[in-house]
Ligand binder design. Sequence first.
Ligand code: TXA
Ligand code: MG
Length: 313
Amino acid sequence: MRTTQLTLPADENGITQAAVLLKQGKLVALPTETVYGLGADACNDNAVAAIFEAKGRPSFNPLIVHIPDAAMAREYAEWNDNASALASAFWPGPLTLVLPLRPDSSLSKLVTAGQPSVALRVPKHSAAQRLLRAVDGPIAAPSANPSGRISPTTAAHVAAGLGKRVAAILDDGPCPVGLESTIIGLTTNEPILLRAGGVSQDRIEAALGHAIEIADGSQIVAPGQLASHYAPEGTVRLNATKPYPNEVMLGFGAIDGTLNLSPAGDLTQAAANLFNYLHQLDAIKKPIAVAPIPDHGLGQAINDRLRRAAAPR
Ligand code: TXA
Ligand code: MG
């Protein structure tokens, strides 16, 4: 284990240093438009294994492979028409596509956890893009939090959660979207929503021209979608209209609280604030009451994360 952990600015020098560390098989936390990722060279077995160790992941759960553009996707996955439609609508951006893995791909088998599919994403964030181009190869990156805890949307969250288990953190301020990518399964002709996220279901359906199914456990699932996840230290109580005397409150719209996700009731702003505010309330070390969030657009992904944060552990 290292004894020092470096914070690098997202300038040319910082990007170059981060790329060198990744190529040496080290772990580097990087900003994306969704959340900070815990990055490693996706073709290096030892580096990928170090991700699981640093996060304390209980099992070898497959990781998202980040690539600079859709052209590189074809090196790792069997491409199809649904992938073309979604990639041209939402890449670069907060969308991950699960596609059949090409048998000749050079990816570490640990990245895909031995499954015949691979999750690919082209991030939009400028620092992530510049890092991918400097590395000139795929970066495996789960969210940069200890397994089961709240996802990080700032470099400070990463440092607090993972500390010296990462060689460096590339710091480029808060993540603008604030929620993880939407994951769509494209291993059959019927696209399936595996995880709600930064691109809402209605926008996915508009790009495909038809409705999609939501994974219910009978189809392939994203194995990381455990019931308890994103968990603060304290308990979480949903759909609260006011806090009990011992609670802190996460408000939304007219229902105010200790912090308010969006006083104006804007779901995009609420998504961007969600994990940061959960981190802040968690630091008060009291149970957290959460105001109701409308279940449409980005509200679906916000409610998904809140249900997992509130789930029995
Ligand atoms: O926004 C994001 O997606 C962030 C940033 C860093 O890109 N990453 C992220 O990764 O959220 P992670 O590991 O926290 O979540 C990845 C999810 C897990 O639920 C995992 O099971 C699922 O993707 N997944 C990965 N590969 C898969 C595959 N081949 N088939 C089905 N699900 C897969
Ligand atoms: Mg995660």
